[in-house]
Each structure stands twice: as C-alpha cells, then as structure tokens.
Design a protein around this ligand. Structure first.
Ligand code: ADP
Ligand code: MG
Length: 550
C-alpha cells in the first residue's frame, strides 16, 4: 500500500495547538508519557501471551530503550511491546481516544485564559505531548506477525499525518522525535537520565540507554538501566521513604499535590495480598467532569492484569488511587473469569476497612486537612451510606455537619451532636435546604431552639437520599426537622382549640391545597410554618423534583 495522508480529528487539532503553544514550561513530561505508553505496550503483550505464548516470537527481554542521536538531532524511544497494526495506528494516533485527554481539552476550554502551565501535569495528555519538543514525529511499529507487517506514521502535528507499510524486524514500536531547535537538551544523556529517575523510576520494565565509554582509544557500549524498578508496594513499609510514596502517587494519579494519606499494608492469613493506596488531599481538578474511574491497579505476581479493577474498590471510594498485588490469584485466566474470583471480595473488604480507618485517623489527628478533603469529596463518601450497608456506622462517623448551634465556619459530628443532646431528646434532627445560611433563619428551628436542642443543617443534594438511608445513629433515630412530629407532641388545651377553631377553618377554606391546618406550640417567633407530612415528600425534595420538571 502506498503512503496515505489522513487528517487529524477536529478536537485533536485543537489539542495539538494547545500543547505546542501554551504548555511550554512543562514540556519535559513528554518523556514520561512516551515511556508510560511503551510500558503499557509491554504489559499488554505480556498479558496476551499468558494465553498465547507463541505471540512472543521469543522476544521477551522486556525493555524500553532511549536513544539520543546528536548528529541526526533525534531522540528515539523503542519498546518490544504489543505494537500496532495500520488500522490501530490510524485509530490511536489520529483521534483523541483517551478520556484524560478529552478532559484536558474541556478544562482548557473552560478556563478563560486557556490552559495555564502546570495544568498539563495533572492529565495524561499522552502521545501528543511529543509535539512539545519535536517538529516531526515518526512512529514505526508492528504487532505480532512478520517483518512485512510494519507501519510507519509521520506527522508534523499541524493537522495531518501519513501512514505507509514498512519492514520492521522486531515486534514493538519506535517513536522517533525530530527535536525542535530549542529542545537540544533532550539529547543530553545526563538530562535524560535525570528525567527518567524523576518521572519513571517505578516503571516496572527496565528503561535503558546505551553508554559509550572510551578506554585506551577503544570504545565499548554498555546498556545502562536508568530506573530503579522497585515496586514500592512490594517493599517493606519501614524501608519506603515518604518522598518515594509521594513520587509514586504522583505517577499513578497525575495529582500535583501530595496525598492526604498513604495506606500501605500486607494482608496475611488465608489470602495474602499487598495494598498501597492513597487518598487525595482534595477533590482532583477533573473529578466532576471526567468519566468516573473507580478501581485499583491489579497485579498478580508483579504482572499488571488490570489498570482499573473495580471489584476491589467500591464506587463511593472512587477517589482512592493505588495498587493491589496478590500472589494468590491465578495468572493464566481471562480477566472476565478473574473478576468473579471471591478473593477480590476479600480484598475489597480489607481495602474498605483500611481506607475508612485511615480517614477516621485523619479526622481525629489532622482535622484541618481532613476538613479540606471532606469539603470536596465528602458528598462522594456519603454515597456509601446508600450503598455500603455493612459500613454505614463507620461512614456516619466520618461525616461533618454545620448545625444550628455550631458557630458559622465550624463543624460538628454525629458523635458530638449525640453527646450534647439535652435530657429528654431522643432523636437526631436535621434540616436540608439548598444553602445552610437561609436554614439558620428557618422558622422550623424555633421550637428546637426553645428546648435547647440542636438541628444539623445540610445542603448537599445527596443528603436528601443519604440521611434517611442512614436511618439511625448509635440507636438514635434521624429525623427531618420539617416533618410532622414536633420535638414534643402538641397538647393544646381544649379551650384554646375552641377559641382558634374559626381561624383554623378559615385557613383550611383559603388554602385547599394543604392536607391539614393545625395549631402548634412549636413556633416561638413566627406565626405559621409549612410542615411536610411524616411520610410525605419533604419541602426540599419537592423543590428538587420541581426543578427536574416532575
Ligand atoms: P493513553 O496511553 O492514555 O491511551 P496516549 O495518547 O498516550 O493515550 O496513547 C494513545 C494510544 O496509542 C494508546 O492507548 C495506545 O493504544 C497507542 N500507543 C501509543 N504508544 C504506543 C506504543 N509504544 N505501543 C503500542 N501502542 C501505543
Ligand atoms: Mg499514554
């Protein structure tokens, strides 16, 4: 087949323009992206080969090679991974396939100034970051097959690319960067070495570079491995330094801040596995508009089986990032069968327990940090009240609330609420609205205030579903303050009832929509209040439904 010229998809053109023009200061991350692609490609062929060993063609000396060429001003990153067919080259390198990349574009569009520097590091912008340092990129690749199955892809990143058939002796991919005039620093072995250490030290396959040494006029070439390849999660907790954890977290999360907390342990007993996971310090930048991605990386005996194993992490903890490694799972079965393995359920239970315990620890010991985490991700955590029956009480203990008696800007917990309940109060009361400030002035609070009882004030959309699901806490029922029963039954004397009967009748006649009009002692300042029936829809819920057009 002759060389064919094809156009990039429209959104990719925008992305390329952004990458080449506005993200200049972070451009060295191109190396991390290309090495991570090479590593993914090796993991893929290794996984496929579990079922089909002949795919490997005896080519199993896994490595990623970096080769700077000073004369040609090129930098080549090669791997012996899965490679790509002609169609895969067109599909994968001609469109924005990856959700992180799309999310990045959204963010760039949303921000008025365009994507500021520093932003790029939070996203896997992937392959296209090569155009930050190269004016032309050539990819020569082939999958399992014969040398004649190779494909060459060339582009200047301006809008089009060409593909043609070529010979490629070994399986895998070479990415050849024709460096820009001002990117010559990436030909320097020292620079490359330090970049690999900085960004790709934990990549499990060796990243190598040829080192030429001259002795007595004789040149010898040795292959130097640049990364330490230490699987942090397999190491003993006592031996891992805090910045090694931080660096590993950065690599798997693309988060520029250090995590809120690091959870690292080895489970022993019937099932043995190792877990290393992190809770972010605050809600990640892209959390709300990125496709939700839950799960941990699953390794079996150091082989990456799944980038995101959803079975080991419940959806409401989707902000947790990390790795699980178990030697007890079978290596040579399909992912689908593996996903049904009961060991994964055991792992999930353990991960949930450890994450919830770690959060409880943070809340008790470093409240301010916990509070910042909670401000962004608390609503996600609350989803657990509706989904994770077993751990409801534990999740309830992690909740923070504003309340009628808590000064603005401070927060309370269910435990504190219960502790401060005056004698005679049996239930926990809460009031839900769109914002907490107007709730503070709500007439519903009057009767509670008069009795010295506190009311929790909530304003997350999920509260309306989550709190009733919780139902009770430490044997105390949760009760909406704007529903039927007042803090104490209204025992209105008969003569008062009689005296007000004409007024009540007049109200009923004027307001036929109301189910009932009652005299009450619950109000101390206001003249009247609307109350939902005990089992009816709450006022806030009605507003929500109205907005949804029901
Ligand atoms: P991502 O790695 O997040 O999927 P990239 O933009 O980095 O996004 O890469 C796009 C796609 O191109 C990859 O998903 C993969 O299918 C393909 N690809 C890139 N580099 C390689 C490589 N070295 N070997 C095989 N496939 C590759
Ligand atoms: Mg990538």
């Amino acid at each position: 087949m002759p060389a064919e010229t094809l156009e990039f998809k429209a959104e990719l053109k925008q992305l390329l323009r952004l990458i080449t023009h506005s993200l200049y200061s972070d451009r060295e991350i191109f190396l991390r992206e290309l090495i991570s692609n090479a590593s993914d490609a090796v993991n893929k062929v290794r996984f496929d080969a579990l079922a089909n060993a002949d795919k490997l063609e005896g080519n199993t000396d896994w490595k990623i090679k970096i080769a700077p060429d000073k004369e040609a001003k090129t930098l080549t990153i090669s791997d012996n991974g899965i490679g790509m067919t002609r169609q895969e080259v067109i599909d994968h390198l001609g469109t924005v396939a990856q959700s992180g990349t799309r999310a990045f574009l959204e963010a760039a569009k949303a921000s008025a100034q365009g994507a500021g520097p520093g932003l790029i590091g939070q996203f896997g912008v992937g392959f296209y970051s090569a155009f930050m340092v190269a004016d032309t990129v050539t990819v020569v690749t082939r999958g399992p097959g014969t040398p004649a199955d190779g494909t060459k892809w060339v582009s200047d990143g301006q809008g089009a690319f060409t593909v043609e058939a070529v010979e490629k002796p070994g399986r895998g991919t070479d990415v050849i960067l024709h460096l820009k005039e001002d990117a010559a620093e990436f030909l320097d072995p020292w620079k490359l070495r330090s970049l690999v250490r900085k960004f790709s030290d934990f990549i499990e396959h060796p990243v190598v570079m040829d080192e030429v040494t001259e002795k007595d006029g004789e040149k010898t070439t040795t292959e130097e491995t640049l990364n330490s390849r230490k699987a942090v999660w397999l190491r003993n907790k006592a031996e891992v330094k805090p910045d090694e954890y931080a660096e590993f977290y950065k690599q798997i999360s693309h988060d520029s801040d250090p995590p809120l907390t690091t959870i690292h342990y080895a489970a022993e007993g019937n099932t043995e596995f190792k877990v290393l996971c992190f809770v972010p310090a605050k809600k990640p930048f892209s959390f709300d508009w990125e496709e939700p991605k839950a799960g941990l990386r699953l390794y079996v005996q150091r082989v990456l089986i799944m980038e995101r194993c959803e079975e080991v992490l419940p959806f409401y903890l989707r902000f947790v990032k990390g790795v699980v490694d178990s030697a007890d799972l079978p290596l040579n079965v399909s992912r689908e069968i593996l996903q049904q393995n009961p060991i994964l359920t055991t792992i999930q239970k353990s991960v949930v327990k450890n994450v919830l315990d770690a959060l409880a620890g943070m809340k008790n010991v470093e409240f301010e940090k916990y509070r910042e985490f909670y401000a962004g991700l608390g609503p996600v955590l609350k989803e657990g009240l509706t989904r994770d029956f077993m751990n409801r009480e534990k999740i309830a203990d992690l909740l923070l609330f504003e309340s009628a008696n808590t000064p603005a800007g401070q927060l309370t917990t269910l435990a504190e609420y219960v502790e401060k309940m005056p004698e005679g109060q049996t239930d926990i009361f809460y009031l839900i609205g769109e914002d907490v400030e107007p709730l503070r002035r709500s007439p519903y609070l009057e009767a509670f205030r008069a009795k010295g009882q506190d009311v929790l004030l909530l304003s997350d959309p999920i509260d309306e579903f989550a709190l009733p699901q919780l139902g009770e806490y430490k044997g105390k029922k949760l009760h909406a303050a704007d529903r039927g029963a007042a803090p104490t039954a209204d025992d209105i004397p008969a003569d008062v009832k009689e005296q007000f009967a004409p007024l009540v009748a007049a109200f009923k006649a004027t307001l036929p929509e109301t189910a009932d009009v009652r005299l009450t002692k619950r109000l101390t300042e206001s003249a009247a209040v609307l109350v939902a029936e005990e089992h009816g829809t709450s006022a806030h819920m009605e507003r929500l439904m109205e907005r949804m057009g029901r």
